[in-house]
Design a protein around this ligand. Sequence first.
Ligand code: FES
Length: 814
Amino acid sequence: MDIPGIGVWICDCAGLISDRVDTTLLAEKAQTLENVSLVKRVDILCHSRGLEQLKEELVSSRTVNRILLVGCSPRTSLKFPEERITDIMRSVDLSSDFFEVANVREQAAWLSESRDEATRCALDLMLMAHARLEGVQAGTKQVKIAQKSLVIGAGPAGLQAAKDLAALNQKVTLVERGSYLGGKMCQLPFLFQCEGWPAYCTSLCVGPVHAKDVILNPNVTVNTRAEVSNIVKKEGNFLTTIKKSPRFVNEDTCISCGKCAEICPESCFSVYNTGLFKRKAIDKDFERAVPDCYTIVDQACTRCGDCLEVCPTGAIDIEAEPQTETDTFGAVFLATGLDQYDLKDNPEYNAAAFSDVVSSIQFERILENGLKRPSDGKIPESVVFVQCAGSRASKEKKGTGVPYCSKTCCSITVKQAERLAMANQLVEITIIYYRDIRAYERALENFYRNVRDMGIDFVNGEVLAITGDEDGAMRVKVEAVISEDDELAGEITAEEATILDLEADLIVLAHAQIPERSSAQILKQLGVTCDQFGFPLENQPRIFRPGESFIDRVYVIGSSSGPKVVQHAVEQGGAVVTKALPTLLAGTKGTSKYHSVINVETCSLCRICETICPHGAITITATEAVSDPAFCQACGLCQSACPVHAARLVNLNDKQILDQARVAFSNLASGEPKLLALLCYWCSYAGADLSGVKGFKIPLNFRSIRLRCSSSVSTGLVMALFKTGVDGILIAGCPHKSCHHRWGNYLVDKRIALLKNLFRQLGLSEKRIRFEYIGVPQSELFVKTIESMTTSLRQLGPNPMVSFDRETENLAAM
Ligand code: FES
């Protein structure tokens, strides 16, 4: 950047500002500010004419290369034309990084009855914006992004994402651990459609058709029997290593004639059939599996070579070796699916002791292969379904598990019970459910009621034990809840004991659904933040960013972010593609004006920044810490956590905040307490704005500084700010669970609590410092906080701390 030339545009907002603030005085003062070469008053800037005028003035000035706009709030004004102004700057070859705003409407003009007070505040806000602009450095740059996507997992969500990306002419690499595409969906012969009854769909029709669309698309590279063994983020991209296990049969040349399987003398348990049924060592998982190709199970094959003899196309290679390849991607779609909760710590189910205690997915395969129980192949006369096996764990519920509802199990069980009842009218069916049947979706409640009317026993209760009697039959001891409704339904009468003893030839447990275990490594390598159960968290606010993880361009789709029915997984897989598309199409990504950098000279490689970064932007190698601006989302957590001040948020570092604080109270009436409000831009700053919008009037002795996240405030910065002479500091962040950087608000809350201890030890009043969670609609809380802090500060008198100590000087030197 050449010599700074600041152009100041002061908007009267057609009287909304100028009626309450002396904008003529603002313009006069602006003329005196350093590096200001142009000052313009505008009646109303956001109208087309105002913007055209701004462009004309910008072009004709020749000296202006930075814009300071004095006007309304960039955060909450519904007409604030930030995009249009930055577009204008770029159109005349100016960097849009050099644009700052003094919000004198919402946070000055509209907050005071006094024109004098509002004008003083507005003057200070202009000085602060000027200080920001003086310290700005060019931060944005274009990073090259690979125009290829990686989809991990070929279940319904992964397939849909791959298909939709490919349809938009995007290159996709699909990595699937199993031998076929479609995932667990292909193990379910019946598929829910949430608007209606379950229909025959998946393993014979929808799954293979969906999979065929993907595998035959020239834009998609499909890797089955493959896994991502390593993934590293570098310069905005994902460097990936894919390990491929051999199929031993060439997908291209295999014609699926089946001669190899006919002659194969070896057999093993079929993974597709959940280990309940056998297959040949060379076989297909199921008739319609895609790729349409046979597979050898390595551990079961004796390499006898019989299959080689009969294969008409020479497609078999029993000596094939694993392969590894690397590639670089610009977006990652995690469609890794679910696992079932391990009930080994739930003795009440005694699942390991009986081969006729099966899971829901096993029961799907039993139904499909002919209703026979696994132990002896007999047709069961009584089947007991047990709901919430490991789900909804609580103090009240027996056994261990996860506290959440696995969401899909009730409907799956109702579907299975209906199918069982229709196929075999003599079988006695009992469903033991915990407290309630949760039939989500508008048609499923009706479906459940119909199934209930088929004469299937629904028992509200909990399993106490599963045991075997002398005849080898299983018994299920249930603590049942007798309700009026049960009696009316004639299922259990009130006279019967609440402890039921049911006989069962087959027991089906609806296991809790948990994140797919093997994906934990990939999530860790990507730095994806997960909840306490291991499900990747979607970025805040979810309402704007569904399907996006906390890592830029890493999307969590389908059941990888929580249990879902197939229909919803497909919907999400398709929808998320639109999020990735703009960057993939452009092949570049502009980094933010705000991003963190790490000073390698001072960094001690302690790894705190790497651990604390919610966006996985920081990588520590043996020799250096690197923050990748293409992944950084500019929260500033690293800046405030770094013990040696090596991490710094470009364009919002401690020095730049101190520079603003130093001028923040230049025009405050003498004797008034100086209250500095450090407000998170997303919530609290907007809450403060809305105080003005709603017409609240408050003491205008506060001045606010917009932060990217409240967490960027360190204790060192707070102390340094006090040394500048402020009397009190309010730090406000997003409400609970709403921080856009996952845990930033909690971190700063704790930090300020610790600082208050220090204050007490130093004999300072802890009333001088406060942290509040203030959301957008909580302007009343903002007003009350400012009022109460002002009252306290008036009582306490001026800040006793001396200006500038060594720490301040150190910070200033950064
Ligand atoms: Fe608001 Fe973190 S983004 S406190």
